[in-house]
Write a protein that binds this ligand. Structure first.
Ligand SMILES: NC(=O)c1ccc[n+]([C@@H]2O[C@H](COP(=O)([O-])OP(=O)(O)OC[C@H]3O[C@@H](n4cnc5c(N)ncnc54)[C@H](OP(=O)(O)O)[C@@H]3O)[C@@H](O)[C@H]2O)c1
Length: 332
């Protein structure tokens, strides 16, 4: 197909020196069992920012177009599951990692990565959620599956003003859980209360190391975006049979723990990997996000940007300054 389109492209200009710019790219040949999607919306996740800045742990080969999320309309397919004109969502797998992603106006993806957009979501809404919302949904699913009930007690969400944190707060609150939000942005308290937070704590409270193997039991469950010492403290203060969804590392890749919270309180650490979730669960969670778990203030938690404004937003997410979600709208 002889067609050009606009994309944000990160190039490695010298070894480990990266620049990002907006440029024209050509649509490549479409391999068998692959589909061409015209991307109407994408969204910004922390991982996209790392890929866009140049991070060989995420993207091995540059030049590259990041964007682990895309929502759009099928233009070419030979799949028996989809038709030209279908509205679809693609998140995770290798999209935006080593496969050119949603920061370009077109993507070519294997058919098995594609989810039909649920009827009760618009393309825009699906990208307000994006991977952040899908990941929050996995955490909610795991919490429910672990028999954590409303009466079990408070749930802690760390990094609460971020993409995953804000959506996890909103879904859990909608389902009737008492959510305590840990944040470094006290000035965003109104936003967090609007999402449904019952209580807000300063993230510094969770950043103090202590040699105690356990502290007083406070949380029935934790959704942790942060890692490091924050995660260590969360492990020490989870109640009997509580769970911790370990999903992020914005403040640290490593943590240590004694075995005591596991032996004496029977707690569970649950690793969350949104990229490779199997298709059956993926479809179920997208249906939940469009229905029972659909958050009432979805339209108040995002800002829409153009491709030309994305670079600034990438810098902001890397410095921990984003609040809620950033949605990229492609203009054709
Ligand atoms: N496992 C998976 O499948 C999966 C999927 C999606 C995301 N993730 C990971 O989850 C994390 C959050 O992703 P996101 O897209 O929601 O990012 P995000 O929008 O940037 O949110 C991260 C939030 O963490 C807090 N934070 C930032 N820097 C911090 C620091 N140095 N110490 C403590 N807190 C800090 C901030 O919230 P406050 O100011 O409110 O504290 C920030 O808004 C990232 O590590 C990302 O890679 C994992």
């Amino acid at each position: 197909m002889n067609k050009e389109f606009m994309a944000l492209v990160t190039e490695e200009v010298e070894e480990n020196k990266f620049v990002k710019r907006i440029m024209k790219r050509a649509i490549e040949e479409i391999p068998d069992n692959h589909t061409l999607v015209r991307v109407h919306y994408s969204s910004l996740n922390y991982k996209d920012a790392l890929s866009a800045r140049g991070h060989k742990g995420i993207t091995r080969h540059y030049p590259h177009t990041p964007g682990i999320d895309a929502a759009g309309i099928i233009e070419v397919t030979d799949s028996s599951s989809f038709n030209v004109g279908d509205e679809v969502i693609v998140t995770g797998y290798d999209l935006g990692m080593d496969t050119n992603g949603g920061f370009g106006e077109y993507i070519i993806v294997p058919d098995e990565w594609i989810v039909s957009k649920p009827r009760n979501l618009t393309l825009l809404e699906s990208m307000i959620y994006g991977t952040a919302g899908f990941t929050a949904a996995i955490c909610v699913y795991e919490i429910i599956k672990s028999d954590i009930e409303r009466k079990s007690g408070k749930i802690l969400v760390t990094g609460a003003t971020g993409g995953v944190g804000s959506i996890a707060t909103a879904i859990l609150s909608k389902l009737g859980y008492d959510v305590v939000c840990s944040t470094g942005k006290k000035e965003q308290s109104e936003f967090l209360y609007k999402l449904g937070a019952q209580e807000i704590i300063d993230r510094k409270e969770l950043e103090q190391s202590s040699s105690k193997p356990m502290t007083s039991a406070k949380w029935s469950a934790v959704v942790d975006n942060v890692g490091g010492v924050t995660l260590e403290n969360a492990i020490k203060s989870v109640k009997m049979h509580g769970v911790i969804c370990v999903l992020g590392n914005v403040s640290g890749d490593y943590f240590s723990s004694s075995v005591y919270p596991f032996l004496l309180r029977g707690i569970k650490l649950i690793g969350i990997d949104s990229a490779s979730k199997d298709m059956t669960l993926r479809k179920y969670l997208w249906e939940q996000l469009s229905d029972n778990w659909k958050i009432d203030i979805l339209n108040d938690i995002y800002k829409e940007v153009k491709l030309s404004e994305l670079s600034h937003e990438i810098d902001k997410i890397l410095s921990g300054e984003q609040v809620g979600r950033v949605v990229l709208k492609h203009n054709f």
